[in-house]
Ligand binder design. Structure first.
Ligand SMILES: [Zn+2]
Length: 272
């Protein structure tokens, strides 16, 4: 990923998505912002116990750094579901300045409306941004192990295909910083649920360092699901940045032992 900085706020950008001048996208980091303690500094989540006023100030900092009006952002109240929302013009600004107006029970968002910044929040789960430059459709997805088992990423691609007539082979995808196979340890229950939901553990679950522990490879799981839906391998960018290894730069709920802020990944179609 490439990095940009404006007034102390650091943003990361996928190389493949950066090739398209008609979209704007970012993954935020902890750098810049007003929050303190486990939320220091650019916490973007209203739901984690931080001061709402500071989160609002942080979101304004993010908007300034990204060059996107805060009232064009659209956030969801994420629930590790398999639910995908088609966002129309009325979605602009939902959840941007308060939790109350965010889209309920949604973990994937798609739109072809210009100047709506679809935004997901994470702190271990995988943020996925997608773009179809042919039909001019964008998507943002929040995919942790629960979402992966509910096929939230393929469901989002399918929504792009069914609702907007996209073709999978035209879609580009970026998998942002998240808990990598170096760190993401799970136990027997997750292994069992993975086998039940996906029918296979291949490329997803491997033995961990200790008995009864396993590694869940979120990056490979999402990548395999994208390839299965028909995306080209050359269109998929995996950042390869583990947020737990780099918790100074990206919030990690695991590193914070359950108390941490959230960083965000957003994507917007610019006006032609
Ligand atoms: Zn790691």
């Amino acid at each position: 990923m490439n990095k940009s900085e404006r007034k102390g706020t650091e943003l990361y950008h996928f190389e493949k998505l950066s090739a398209f001048p008609d979209i704007r996208h970012f993954v935020s980091s902890r750098k810049g912002g007003f929050s303190e303690g486990p939320f220091a500094r650019l916490n973007l989540g209203f739901h984690v116990g931080d001061s709402s006023f500071k989160v609002l100030q942080n979101r304004q900092k993010l908007a300034d750094a990204a060059g996107i009006d805060l009232f064009w952002f659209a956030f969801a109240n994420q629930t590790h579901s398999g639910n995908v929302a088609v966002v129309d013009a009325a979605g602009r600004g939902k959840g941007a300045t308060e939790k109350r107006t965010a889209m309920e029970n949604t973990d994937g968002m798609v739109t072809n409306v210009e100047r709506i910044c679809l935004c997901v929040q994470v702190a271990d789960c995988v943020p996925v941004l997608m773009y179809d430059p042919v039909e001019r459709v964008i998507a943002a997805v929040h995919a942790g192990w629960r979402g992966i088992l509910k096929r939230i990423v393929p469901a989002t691609v399918e929504k792009m295909i069914q609702h907007y007539g996209c073709r999978a082979e035209n879609i580009y995808a970026g998998l942002g910083p998240s808990n990598g196979p170096c760190c993401y340890e799970v136990e027997e229950d997750v292994k069992r649920e993975t086998l039940i939901s996906l029918g296979s553990l291949n490329g997803i679950i491997t033995p961990g360092k200790n008995p009864g522990k396993y590694i869940f490879d979120q990056w490979n799981a999402v990548k395999m699901q994208l390839l299965d839906t028909g995306l080209k391998e050359s269109h998929i960018e995996v950042s390869g940045i583990c947020n737990q290894c780099h918790h100074e730069t990206f919030f990690s709920n695991r590193a914070g032992q359950g108390e941490s802020g959230r960083y965000a990944a957003g994507i917007m179609l610019c006006k032609k």
